[in-house]
Design a binder for this molecule. Sequence first.
Ligand SMILES: O=P(O)(O)OC[C@@]1(O)O[C@H](CO)[C@@H](O)[C@@H]1O
Length: 310
Amino acid sequence: MAIATVTLNPAKDRTVFLRKFRPGQVNRAEGEHLAPGGKGINVASFLGDYGVREVYALGLIGEEDMGLFRSAMEARGVGHMFTPLPGRVRENIKLSDLAEMTVTDVNLPGPRWDPSHLEALMGDLKRCPCRVVVISGSLPPGCPEDTVARLVEESKRMGRLTIVDTSGEPLRLALEAVPHGVKPNLAELSEVLRLPEGPEGILQGVRRLREMGIGLVALSLGADGAVLSSPQGTVLVRPPKVTPITTVGAGDAMVAAMALGIHSSMELWETARLACAFSLCAITRIEEPRVEPSAVRDFMDKIRISEVEG
Ligand SMILES: O=P(O)(O)OC[C@@]1(O)O[C@H](CO)[C@@H](O)[C@@H]1O
């Protein structure tokens, strides 16, 4: 049985490399890179890059860009069941400052949709022969805020295990539907749970998610790594120092590893190590394939894991 990813608001990511980003001034680019993206699309791509078979990408795709998204999936052996929308997919701009090693995201809202498109996507999800469903990213304008929660409930009714990666009110509502897994970053979780600052906030956030009944929690902490928690315990996973080329997709790579961990019944520590290695691959390489098995193996040896009092 397969892993499916659902992207309600995909994007074409245009990364623009700048020697130094100067807000309010004329910036001349050193180069650019354009790739089909959106959180669930990235998760499916990374799984395909890693050689996972039986991955399906589902989502609402502007029909003028359908060819680009289909061929990106096919090149990685990823199946697709895309619902066409009129027009194009939004283009998100990622300003990569090579001096500071930071990325400034300018994410557009995305195209209009109507309820019939969502029903079509629900139909595809029902037909998709999957066991794990990843629902990732923002919602297009006007899409009801409980859409992710509805997808979680529907998937659970079909006996599937869901992972959610979204933010704001859609995340709060999705948590009430109790997905199997969730991967917020600290800012996203603090916004929803109103956590205290510092290490206490991190541990409290993880504990509260687990108390809600969520089986696998991954709280991403940027360059500091991540805390992962399941009934097997709670671990802090720390990456080695690397020079990132982009941060776009770092969280999606972590979600891809979580999906694989759940799908293959991995131990918590194994999932944590894989999640960190996937993420390191995604930030150190922008050309495809971004998550190569040999690079994952190399990073795995350099990652430190410690148990944390949950
Ligand atoms: O606007 P959203 O849906 O929250 O995020 C969209 C996005 O920033 O997420 C991916 C990286 O995680 C990119 O491919 C894409 O541009």
